[in-house]
Design a protein around this ligand. Sequence first.
Ligand code: ASP
Length: 320
Amino acid sequence: MNAGKIVVLGTGGTIAGKAGSAGDNVGYVAGQVGVQELLEAVPGLMQAAQGPLQVEQVAQIDSKDMEFSVWSDLATRCLRYLADDTVRAIVITHGTDTLEETAWFLQSVLNATKPVVLTCAMRPATAMAPDGPHNLLDAMAVATAPGARGVLAVCAGVVHGARQVQKVHPYRVDAFSSGETGPLGWVEEGYVRWAETCLPALCGRAQAALEKIANGAPWPRVEIVMNYAGACGATVDALVRDGVQGLVVAATGNGSVHHDLQAALERAQTAGVAIRVSTRCAQGQVLPRTGALLPLGHGLSPVKERVSLILELLGGGILA
Ligand code: ASP
């Protein structure tokens, strides 16, 4: 992807709203803070944008009052910037009330091959914990993400498509849903994880594993161990003594493991057992942490991670 500029178009909304006190999340006036000021208040924004920004205040309204004139203005500017080779993506700040309508309108008229990313907030800029700054950072992450194209909406770390996105909650910060199709992806620590991530490396290499099985190679022994309150390392030690070749850890949260179990897993790894860390959480996947001593899996559930590790060990450990 080129490193062109990102055009930011401000239209108002709660993200630009002001309340009388930091504790007031509902009695605010939307569309008060200029988009340039909003951007300047976000640490790390320029880094996330990976290039220059061009900022324009297209409107300054509560999106409940959205008018066709604003849509025309937005569409005209988007068309111009999408055709401009120096522009990499467009980010639009918008109120949440009619965001889904603007998203669909733009998706319908633009035929955008570059990303046009709408973002917003459910708490005013004056709130004790405003969600706007993080949503802006996430919007930059999506605007610069490989694979991003067309009109998208980002709120509370979730990436929605223009067709599916819908405001489903009047108060909570994660106010949008993509309905039964689910979101297109998530923004985690500045990176977009698309829902449909394929693992092409796995597919090709798994064929080598299949050939070995066909030629009579034994299936490697891979077991799953789970972290929980009071977990200890005895099971892992026993499995190592019993000749286990791989262990998938169904860790808690973002790959955390009880210190006793962790010590046993490190012993197992030193003894040559292949370890892959996954999470027992039903959604999401473990994000890499600096200093982690055990390797992460491929972001699959523990049982699928086990299948992959079996194939990996059969294929000669080339995915390690
Ligand atoms: N009424 C506001 C608006 O749509 C609500 C929001 O932005 O969250 O502009």
